[in-house]
Design a binder for this molecule. Sequence first.
Ligand SMILES: [Zn+2]
Length: 257
Amino acid sequence: MNIKDTFKSCLRPAYRQLLALMNRGSNVECNICGRNFSGLRPAYGRHADGSLFVIDNHVGTCWLCNSYPRTRLLYYWLVNDYKILQADKIRILHVAPEEQISNELRKLMNIEYTCIDKHCEGYKYPSYVKNGDVRYLEFENCTFDMVICNHVLEHIKDDIVAMSEIKRVLKKNGVAILMIPIDTDLDKSIEEKIDENLTPAEREERFGQYDHVRIYGKDYFDRLKETGFSVERVSYSDELTAKYGFMSGEEVIICKK
Ligand SMILES: [Zn+2]
């Protein structure tokens, strides 16, 4: 085990506990790990050249479990609206899973839980995350009761192909949670063409993040409907948004066949 791995497995959890203790308070609560804080940790992004920056207009990550606002929002919906803790036996496909949610769902005996991510060189994936491409899923039609694909489609050029695949593997009464960052001032998404091959720096300049291939506008919902989904959009009160540190205006986007 090298020094980095040693830090990750041994020292980082202790470091996070220390940060959580130093930032304890009653202003905001992480609904995943259950801890309360005076405020959240600034969220960091990475420029195309690898340097770090603090993401503006972002509520922040949990000092203890490192959950993002979108992760807490999704988990809130799963627990309180979908009532996943009390659900009958269900099969879930989680694409590019957030570890905070995976850690909770993997504890549940009522869930047959499959995780995939497109494995990239240089990254380490937990053993339960199999290599897989959401555009070419290796599952039979109508396999899953739920597909979770949270902030993934903005990384994929042929997003309609991915949407169609998700619909194919979803059971008739299943739900797909397909959240994305969206600019609701835009009628039409701005995106990299299929035959373009932008550099990370060009993508950052055009789409705000070096590995994004578009900025979704309101036509995102048309794309989902054209794929054959009906779409439900759920948001929560200002009070809950502040309490759990969700991002203001972010919605849970629920798609049904
Ligand atoms: Zn937390």
